[in-house]
Design a protein around this ligand. Structure first.
Ligand SMILES: [Zn+2]
Length: 204
């Protein structure tokens, strides 16, 4: 009797723990999106009405795309100054659309360097833009940014590369930092094609 009682207490505890863990993990897996719902409810003026290029005064003038999306499984575009080499080192990087800066820091990973990540709400859906290898970060985490707002400068990830901007555009905002290159492109969009099809104009 006593042993059975103890056993049933142990089983009940185990089941409670299991249920609690399942419930909590379900909560956390949905957390990302609900955080963004709250942010854009609070700051509806930062919902996006279109996208711009993140370099060359938002029109990519003076820059070229040295490695386009999908080439060698590249998950973004690599923007370089037409002058070549490190001539673009320290040039400004602009937010591709208005939104919420949820990440702006040194990743501590050599191949990434300083990275800025912004979530955008556009036509009722969420998108992310990611800016990598930055020389400087000029925006704080947990802040709102307008379309074309300066967020950082072009860098070389502490000398890993010739200076360029690795720029990603995603339609899945639950992904981690990722790898920059991968054959699985689920959640990643061709940034240039998307910007051209969803261009920001002052009127829209
Ligand atoms: Zn790249």
């Amino acid at each position: 009797m006593c042993r059975n009682f103890k056993q049933s207490v142990v089983y009940s505890l185990m089941i409670s723990c299991f249920l609690l863990c399942t419930f909590t993990s379900a909560l956390f897996s949905q957390k990302d999106i609900s955080v963004y719902d709250t942010v854009f409810e609070q700051y509806p003026q930062y919902e996006s009405t279109g996208f711009v290029f993140p370099i060359g005064d938002t029109s990519y003038g003076g820059y070229y795309n040295a490695k386009k999306f999908d080439i060698d499984n590249h998950l973004g575009d690599d923007w370089n100054g037409v002058g070549g080499g490190d001539t673009d080192l320290g040039d400004p990087i602009y937010a591709s659309a208005s939104g919420y800066v949820f990440y702006a820091r040194d990743t501590g990973i050599d191949t990434w360097g300083n990275v800025i990540r912004i979530v955008h709400k556009y036509k009722g859906k969420y998108y992310e833009t990611l800016y990598a290898h930055c020389d400087e970060i000029n925006i704080a985490e947990n802040t709102m940014v307008p379309t074309g707002g300066r967020i950082g400068t072009i860098g070389n990830a502490n000398g890993q590369y010739l200076a360029h901007l690795h720029f990603e555009l995603r339609d899945d905002v639950t992904l981690g930092l990722g790898h920059g290159y991968h054959e699985n492109k689920n959640g990643y969009l061709d940034p240039t094609a998307f910007i051209e099809a969803n261009a920001y104009t002052k009127e829209n």
